[in-house]
Design a protein around this ligand. Sequence first.
Ligand code: FES
Ligand code: FES
Length: 171
Amino acid sequence: MDHSQFIGRQTIRLRVNGQEVEREVEVRKLLADFLREDLGLTATHLGCEHGVCGACTVVLNGDSVRSCLLFAVQADGGDLLSVEGLARDGQMHPLQQAFWDHHALQCGFCTSGFLMSAYDLLQKNPHPSEEEIRHGLSGNLCRCTGYANIVKAVMAVAGKNTEETKRESKT
Ligand code: FES
Ligand code: FES
């Protein structure tokens, strides 16, 4: 088997938080490492690095994904939203504001992953029930176990969800 394709470098182009990005990367580089090391977007966190904790969640082409389970080259040509893309013009996204208002973070390590999963959930289901929110966030682990306030924060946004919660990365 020819393994040369797995040890090379490749130029990738994608949109990240509304900005066109072009970089040459090792083909085996993880998307999470690409965001953190190549683009300096360190708010995407790495916990387990094997798809369990959800800390590395970003939205790629409209779906939440674990950036520790993808290679950067798999995002080539894509449209990616990381937690850094949620705030606009110095204003927190309504989800970020709700996390603030409802004390939905403790150590904060898991927060960016929760925000991105909640963002994805609300794009697909703007008014989820508490059960749907709990299900939507079930792939994210908070080691501080502070789930009650996280759910409360997402419920608050779901109750007053408007178009303003939509942050297309291309706008
Ligand atoms: S670091 Fe990706 S799921 Fe835990
Ligand atoms: S706030 Fe600490 S891990 Fe979630």
